[in-house]
Design a protein around this ligand. Structure first.
Ligand SMILES: Cc1cc2nc3c(=O)[nH]c(=O)nc-3n(C[C@H](O)[C@H](O)[C@H](O)COP(=O)(O)OP(=O)(O)OC[C@H]3O[C@@H](n4cnc5c(N)ncnc54)[C@H](O)[C@@H]3O)c2cc1C
Length: 571
């Protein structure tokens, strides 16, 4: 019997454990297995195999029972996730349903999640921009949060490293606040987007409209073909999973790559409940997992642990990893764990019409979504009454003048109308929010989920800075649209709860000082050297650029460091 137990412990012992198989966890798994480390990937959801498990990927609109819409009963049963634009009949199976995984909203928070192998990397909008020193120096310059322990030069080579493998399309635009990367050819702007680009360039200093940079294979390189991926077909139904591997997802890319190495074990249906800390050894020895099918508790052991459960679940796991040494959560000597959570604010939009370019229309689809306006406020100097700034999306579209009027043959005639209307242009704000101690998550001390894990409580809100920024976006974009000759300009703002923009960050922030941060400059827990956090939880501030490319780069960099420390015997 004793021998059996020893065997079983041996079987449950790995070089590395990665918690979460999504955007960032997939990268950790790839990096470790590339170097021959025996790696366990723990994923709370089911497995989703590339192609095989994309049930809707080749369906035509008329093949969906509800033509893409979700029945009212489903929508009403899921008021939170139903607010996410991508939650429809074609992709609902990749989203967490509200009732299945409850959490507590001390303040309203729309927590949008994907619990399966691949996480949210199946669902994302693939927008990928590097952050710059205007972001990494932001807290120090503007006096909020704490100083980032790194600068752009530290992460730049790792951006290049992940970009080459993931495949990022874009132009080298030469803009200091939006550094260029290792790009595949960009998806071009259409004629009205180009018109606005040229107008902005000629009329504004330091404002640009560029082709959006995105994780799509416009022209694959050999490394992408080696992954079994081919050129993006511009189908723009990406959230269903792409059988071509045309966009980067962990399912199409890092996870199969890691598994192919022969060094990875993928264990779905495995909720990591906590990380096990050994006081005598002064380090983490493994993790405690609940098998979601059997509810059995199992321990797995490893030399190094990467926490990649997505920002807020990573906070949950760390807060729930209590020991005599760490009564308030693993590595939480500073007391800041769970605090300084911030997010992105997309709650302002603007639309208009353009009467020109009538001789042109569009043909085909643009998976990048059109144009991107990098942040132009408070970049080189503080010029407004709010801190930081916003980037903006920009797109132009032209539709046939179809209408739903009439019944029978008149309805059919109206729907068949191919006559083109005016161009429509639109933009949405992508604002940075300021991390604050008062924006935090914590564990409920009574309520638990179906696996006995405490529920997470959300205390996250907007502030006056966000309101001022929103107002400025509306004013600035209205002025830019007006000067470009756009008409019928309509701006709108909404009161969406934080979270709906799915870029929540912080709670286990990086910093130089262990008294005010959880992680050091290598994403390594200050006081538990063999635990690393490389998802959004580690972000000291949020920038206004999309975050996932930065999580990938941090993960690859931290994995490289962890392996070099293991070699030296330091962890
Ligand atoms: C509709 C949509 C559009 C988006 N658009 C963009 C965009 O354009 N650009 C961008 O940069 N980002 C975008 N995002 C955000 C992006 O998807 C996330 O930033 C990214 O997936 C986060 O990576 P991650 O590894 O931290 O988390 P995930 O990819 O969510 O992976 C986390 C994994 O951990 C698992 N897990 C959680 N808890 C546990 C546990 N206790 N035990 C075991 N496993 C666990 C989860 O099931 C999941 O599989 C978008 C997201 C959505 C949903």
């Amino acid at each position: 019997m004793a021998n059996l137990n020893i065997d079983s412990v041996k079987e449950r012992t790995f070089d590395a454990i990665v918690i979460g198989s999504g955007m960032s966890g997939g990268w950790a798994a790839k990096e470790f297995t590339d170097k021959g480390l025996k790696t366990l990937i723990l994923e709370r959801g089911r497995d989703v195999k590339h192609i095989k498990d994309y049930p809707t990927t080749n369906m035509y609109p008329w093949e969906f029972e509800h033509r893409g819409e979700l029945p009212m009963a489903v929508q009403e049963a899921n008021p939170i996730v139903n607010r996410c634009y991508a939650f429809g009949e074609s992709a609902a199976h990749f989203f967490v349903k509200d009732a299945e995984h409850p959490y507590i909203q001390d303040k309203p928070f729309d927590w949008i999640r994907g619990y399966q192998v691949g996480g949210k990397s199946l669902l994302w909008a693939r927008q990928t921009q590097r952050w710059s020193d205007f972001d990494f120096e932001g807290p120090a310059r503007d006096g909020f949060a704490v100083d980032w322990p790194i600068r752009y030069k530290d992460i730049a080579p790792w951006y290049s490293y992940v970009e080459k493998f993931a495949g990022i399309s874009g132009n080298r635009d030469g803009i200091a606040e939006l550094p260029d990367g290792e790009f595949l050819p960009a998806f071009p702007l259409n004629t009205v987007e180009e018109y606005f680009r040229d107008h902005v360039k000629s009329n504004y200093k330091n404002r640009y409209v560029i082709s959006a940079r995105c994780a799509h294979l416009s022209t694959p390189n050999q490394i992408h073909l080696d992954q079994g991926r081919v050129q993006c077909q511009r189908r723009t139904i990406c959230e269903r999973g792409c059988p071509f591997g045309g966009y980067f997802s962990a399912n199409a890319t890092t996870i199969p790559w890691a598994l192919k190495s022969g060094h990875a074990t993928l264990r779905p249906f495995s909720v990591v409940e906590s990380i096990i800390y050994d006081e005598k050894l002064g380090k983490a020895t493994g993790v405690r997992v609940i098998d979601t099918n059997t509810k059995e508790a199992i321990e797995y052991y490893a030399k190094v642990i990467f926490v990649n459960a997505a920002a807020l679940n990573t906070n949950l796991i760390l807060l729930n990893s209590k020991s005599h040494r760490f009564p308030n959560g693993l590595g939480n000597d500073s007391g800041v764990l769970g605090k300084y959570v911030a997010f992105h604010n997309y709650s302002a939009h603007i639309g208009a019409e353009y009467d020109g370019a009538k001789e042109w229309t569009t043909d085909g689809r643009n998976p990048a979504g059109g144009g991107y306006i990098p942040r132009f406020r408070n970049v080189y100097k503080q010029e407004t009454d709010f801190l930081r700034g916003y980037a903006s999306g920009f797109g132009a579209y032209r539709y046939p003048q179809r209408s739903w009027d009439g019944v029978g043959s008149s309805l059919k005639d109206n729907l068949a109308n191919k006559e083109l209307g005016p161009w429509h242009v639109g933009s949405h704000m992508m604002g940075e929010t300021i991390p604050k101690e008062s924006n935090f998550v914590s564990l409920d001390d009574k309520q638990k989920d179906a696996w006995g894990v405490p529920l997470l409580k959300m205390n996250i809100d907007y502030d006056d800075n966000d309101e001022k920024m929103k107002k400025d976006y509306v004013e600035q974009l209205t002025e830019m649209f007006t000067s470009a000759g756009f008409t019928n300009i309509k701006a709108s703002t909404d009161r969406r709860a934080p979270g709906l923009d799915i870029h929540e960050m912080g709670g286990a922030r990086m910093g130089n000082d262990p008294k005010t941060s959880i992680l050091n400059k290598w994403n390594q827990v200050h006081s538990v050297k063999n635990v690393f956090v490389t998802d959004g939880a580690s972000m000291t501030s949020t920038s206004c650029q999309n975050p996932s490319l930065t999580y990938m780069a941090f993960t690859a960099r931290a994995a490289d460091y962890a392996m070099s420390e293991m070699k030296k015997g330091n962890i």
